[in-house]
Design a protein around this ligand. Structure first.
Ligand code: AMP
Length: 392
């Protein structure tokens, strides 16, 4: 995959519309993890150094076309200004903003683009009206919001069809890592998947089965696998309708000789709560009144040993309910193992990235932390990313 590089376009003295991914977790106006803002800085700084005026468009959450105050980007403008050490002008107006006076070296952040229903509309004609408005503000479009490139949205896709364009540094780096994960990855190649739902990951598991050497499954989704093997899973999360599909995947993995790792022990508790009493049980004998909330210590060690032998590792999704300290052990052991991988180690996804930071790891402990979970997974599923294709 090749994208038009930032350096190949002349941005000097130009107005640049920059799509960023600033979709950070915010609680009561306080930003909980500013990783995505930091990841956007290199491109913004480059554009400012080149003497461009930078107009940033981004989204926060899913306001579905309504002005929801709790999803305003205003706190992000302030944080961005601190990190850049430059004033960031916040424009509450998205459509009809007066940006004619913006000049070289200035930064504007437009309010949450998803306040406009047209941004995410399925109708190309509706999106195009908004895209034309955004395009009218600038001479050039730079796409750097990797977390949204799997979406055919006005500020991601349509605007690139209207203005000269290029990929920002973040998008270029993400594309480079994804290419390394898919074009001749160094072997053995291991993928670890966790998180809540099998339905989110079934496509990627299916597409990766004939490409990986090791596939380890943890998180809430592992119980659908245990159920498919005929085990009692108590009150654990399960997607019953997917049991037949999972059975097929297990058969395919066996035929292909893929080392598919499922836990042999599970940390269970009577209920889903922060102070629930944890007990370790064998994976094939979960009591009927208990739910599995983490992979057990024996399994965590086995997963860790298997991925430490790999030359390429991609990890998406926590192994358990890492937000509760009693059920964070599996995720911690896996994260620790990932830091020891000799080849390429990639943490994929906003939630997984937030998890490793919450557990006290530094970004620099891993080769690469992707900012876009959905986008990376869709690419690994073999799907086209519209926001990338339009930059090629
Ligand atoms: P996802 O957004 O699909 O990556 O899922 C992340 C969420 O999965 C985290 O908030 C975890 O708390 C949750 N999770 C992981 N393991 C389990 C489990 N065994 N039961 C319930 N939720 C889980």
């Amino acid at each position: 995959m090749n994208v038009i590089s930032l350096e190949s376009v002349d941005v000097k003295g130009k107005k640049v519309l920059l799509r960023c991914d600033l979709n950070v977790p915010i609680k009561e106006g306080v930003i909980k993890d500013d990783g995505r803002i930091r990841a956007s800085l290199p491109t913004i700084k480059y554009l400012l150094d080149q003497g461009a005026a930078v107009i940033i468009t981004a989204h926060l959450g899913r306001p579905k076309g309504e002005r929801k105050p709790e999803l305003s980007l205003e706190p992000v403008a302030q944080r961005l200004s601190e990190l850049l050490d430059t004033p960031v002008i916040f424009s509450a107006k998205i459509v009809g903003a007066d940006l004619s006076a913006i000049s070289s070296g200035e930064v504007v952040l437009l309010e949450n683009i998803r306040y406009e229903a047209a941004e995410t509309s399925k109708e190309a004609s509706e999106r195009l009206i908004l895209a034309k408005e955004l395009a009218s503000y600038a001479d050039i479009f730079i796409s750097d919001g990797f977390g949204a490139v799997h979406r055919k949205h006005a500020s991601v896709y349509d605007v690139a069809t209207l203005l000269p364009h290029a990929a920002g540094y973040l998008v270029a780096a993400e594309v480079d890592v994804l290419t390394r994960l898919t074009d001749n990855p160094a072997r053995p190649y291991g993928v670890v998947l966790g998180g809540a739902k099998v339905s989110d990951k079934i496509g990627v598991i299916s597409n990766l089965l004939d490409k990986v050497n090791v596939l380890a499954i943890g998180g809430g989704m592992l119980f659908t696998f245990l159920a498919a093997q005929g085990h009692e899973i108590g009150t654990s999360l399960v997607e019953t309708d997917l049991i037949p599909t999972v059975k097929e995947l297990l058969l395919r993995a066996e035929k292909l000789g893929v080392k598919l790792l499922l836990p042999t022990d599970i940390v269970v508790a009577p209920e889903f709560s922060i102070d629930a009493q944890p007990t370790i049980v064998a994976a094939d004998s979960i009591p009927a009144d208990q739910m599995g909330l983490d992979i057990g210590p024996e399994s965590a060690d086995a997963f860790a040993a298997a991925i430490m032998e790999c030359q390429t590792v991609f990890w998406n999704g926590p192994m358990g309910v890492f937000e509760f300290p009693n059920f964070a052990h599996g995720t911690k052991v896996l994260a620790q193992a990932l830091t020891q991988v000799k080849g390429l180690s990639v943490v994929g996804g906003g939630d997984s990235a937030a998890a490793v930071r919450t557990l006290g790891f530094k970004d620099s402990d891993f080769d690469y932390i992707s900012t876009g979970g959905g986008a990376s997974l869709e690419y690994l599923e073999g799907k086209e990313l519209p926001g990338i294709s339009v930059l090629q």
